[in-house]
Design a protein around this ligand. Sequence first.
Ligand code: ADP
Length: 483
Amino acid sequence: MQQNKPVIPFSTLLKTIMVVSSPSLLVLSLFAILGALDFSYFVYGYIGTMMVSAVFVIPFLSNISALTHYVNDLALDRRVRSPDLSFLSNVGELSGALNRLQQSWENKRQEMETVITEREILVDTLPDILIMTNDSKVIVRTNRAARNIFGQNLAHRHLRDIIPNETLMNAISAVIDDLHGQEVEFHLGEPFMKDFQAIIERFPIPSEGGISIVITLTDITQQKRIQRMRADFVANASHEIRTPLASIIGFIETLRGPAKDDAGARDEFLKVMADQAERMSKLVNDLLSLSKVEMNVNAAPISKVDLLRIIKSEKQHFEWACKQKNVSIRLKLNENLPATKGDDEELAQVVRNLIGNAIKYTNSDTEVIVTAKLTSSLPDDPSFRNLSRAIFFSIQDHGEGISKEHIPRLTERFYRVDTARTRKVGGTGLGLAIVKHVLNRHHGVLTIESEVGHGSTFGVYLPLYEDLVPQLIEKKDAPEMPQ
Ligand code: ADP
């Protein structure tokens, strides 16, 4: 804090002294005119009056000058010490009032600084992207989320150079023209590959920094993906159910009409209808399983599960199917396999779907080999990053195999390599999607190896019961990506 030394201009000083001493001049002049005062006494008298006036005028003027400087400094928001107004203080409480004024100003300034800092922190910590521009769409301010996505140093750049999207630009122009806020959705291609929802608002009067447009962008990429997947899923599920249903309706009509009295045709049609009904029933069951697993995806399963018991029990369910194709299931199990943590029924479904597929797609007169062991060669997956061992079981068939391009898509719902063939063997296209979802919930990993003409091996890694507890705590908040 500084204090300015008051400087009184000489002309002001002279003028004030002359004004203050003017009554004395009038009296002295009157005496001189009337001859009661000699001219030399008149001059001495006037000079003396001026000097006495100066004794009072100088401190008065210097106090006024200090006060003027002080008020000026306050107006310019400079921090200065309140002036010494000893002369004026005699006249009133001016100095105290000025001190109180400065104190209240100081408090106000601190309040404003706090409000500004709070707002800046608030804007920066918003998860949504905030971009503020002037009417020419030149960026004035951004928040941290915006800088994280679009880079630092965004100020003074044209918005189009940062977000080259016509939908957004047109919406901003419309807001500038008619002052009404707008809400639009748009897709931003390479390198962002994101969907955004933008809310655009306009300040009625631009701020001091020139901000007139405020754009809030919310990343809706995930939401859009889920919406698309849902729409695809409903379309696929309806299609899958409509096909056998149409076939059953067709056969019913035939049996009521042209084939009414044809006993041979009736038997044949009833068999096809039973197959189609069976297919629908399997599809509905798979859909229900999938929805159940999805609903529980964030609730970690907690039971101790003995995989060997599940494998042995599931093998028995396939005896009839094996007989039909002359396929045998060979078990190569490590009898001391430790337990995993999970849901008994869900893991049984994984084993059932994988053995079922192996039997469906293996060639007749071959062997399906089911292996279960403890392994220390782990897959490159976050679930196993801090572990040194895992339970591994695999199902190997000797079928046609699957060519490379199909493998990454096998766990998508309704994805089939050969639709006609799959339908013939009773597949719904949901079995591996269920496997994938169950394994996600169990922090497990599915691997698929296949060689066209030789067969396929589906492998499953699961953490051990005793190793899974710290893993679950770590992964509890990790978002699940539906597929
Ligand atoms: P589906 O019920 O149709 O078998 P899945 O989801 O279980 O559905 O399998 C998806 C697709 O993956 C199948 O339609 C099939 O084309 C292929 N597939 C699955 N398992 C095997 C396998 N063991 N051998 C060859 N192809 C397989």
